[in-house]
Design a protein around this ligand. Structure first.
Ligand SMILES: NCc1[nH]cc(CCC(=O)O)c1CC(=O)O
Length: 311
């Protein structure tokens, strides 16, 4: 392959997915590459009436893009890392992890300025089991209802009055210039983000070599190590991406990575969260992975098996 060859990014067609694909397109173009986009509708985009965890999980957003890589219609797929399953299928690799955007969760509401201001029994929209279990622990009195669809759809449903507030990732709202709608940013300790939240990953076929040096250069090492640690927790606990698991790593002084995790109960969502944190010096992928395993073991020591077995 030569530099004059044109590359294609397979992307979902939601505004957020297109923003992310165009962002990567611009980064690659600034490195002298010719890059175009191939828009695709995935099963995850089509199924809007059911909670995703019930119909096959996050992999729904990724699979069809991988098919396009497989048959050569495209060479790259850009993903929100939190939507990428822990184990990629044989033959695919995550070849770049870009610098993380704001990892926090946010409360959006036309009427209320914060979670604390929501009246007793108010209705909060979220379809993420992780957010459900954390919100049920913060405010057991609230009614939590599923909300599906892309960001615009969710905000429209909120504005139509179907919910008093909805919970969203700040990163997505920022990318689309809609962060003015955020009323409350949860700290990463009160509402622990999901593994990979706010980070973009670029997937390619393992055999594809021409893009590797460019993708390596675009990778942000601190983000990469942090998300490897976060994703290792999930993998060590059995890898189901629909479990209500939060895992967020923050760099401390001098190369020390602190990983905070919480596991909720997938069915009895008001059961107390199991919490565990671990910190260690992280210098490479192996030590990042080891930190994730350490946190997973700490969750097991606190009884994670009893929460996971009931799925
Ligand atoms: N699950 C859907 C999804 N995937 C990535 C983002 C936002 C960007 C990110 O967190 O990286 C969102 C929306 C949301 O969770 O509110």
């Amino acid at each position: 392959m030569t530099q004059t060859e044109a590359f294609v990014i397979a992307t979902r067609e939601s505004r957020l997915a297109l923003w992310q694909a165009e962002h990567v397109q611009a980064l690659l173009q600034s490195r002298g590459l010719q890059v175009s986009l191939l828009g695709m509708t995935t099963r995850g985009d089509q199924i809007l009436d059911r909670t995703l965890s019930k119909v096959g999980g996050k992999g729904l957003f990724v699979k069809e893009l991988e098919n396009a890589l497989e048959d050569g219609r495209a060479q790259l797929a850009v993903h929100s890392l939190k939507d990428v399953p822990m184990e990629l299928p044989e033959g695919f690799v995550l070849a770049a992890v870009l610098e993380r955007e704001d990892p926090r969760d946010a409360l959006v509401s036309p009427r209320y300025a914060s979670l604390a201001e929501l009246p007793q029994g108010a209705c909060v929209g979220t379809s993420s089991l992780r957010r459900v279990t954390q919100i049920r622990n913060l405010r057991p009195d609230l009614r939590v209802e599923p909300v599906r669809g892309n960001l615009d759809t969710r905000l429209r449903k909120l504005d139509e009055g179907q919910y008093d507030a909805i919970l969203l990732a700040a990163a997505g709202l920022k990318r689309l210039g809609m962060d003015h709608r955020i009323r409350q940013w949860f700290s990463v300790d009160e509402m622990i983000p999901c593994a990979g939240q706010g980070a973009l990953g670029i997937e390619i076929r393992a055999t594809h070599q021409a893009l590797r040096p460019h993708l390596q250069a675009m990778t942000d090492a601190p983000t990469h190590l942090a998300v490897v640690a976060e994703r290792a927790v999930s993998r060590a606990l059995g890898g189901s991406c629909s479990m209500p698991l939060a895992a967020h790593a923050v760099w401390q002084e001098a190369g020390v990575l602190k990983l905070t995790t919480a596991l909720g109960h997938p069915v009895e969502t008001d059961r107390p969260l199991l919490r565990a944190a671990a910190a260690s010096t992280v210098t490479d992928l192996a030590s990042a992975e080891a930190l994730g395993q350490q946190a997973a073991q700490a969750l097991r020591d606190r009884g994670a098996a009893g929460y996971l077995g009931d799925v």
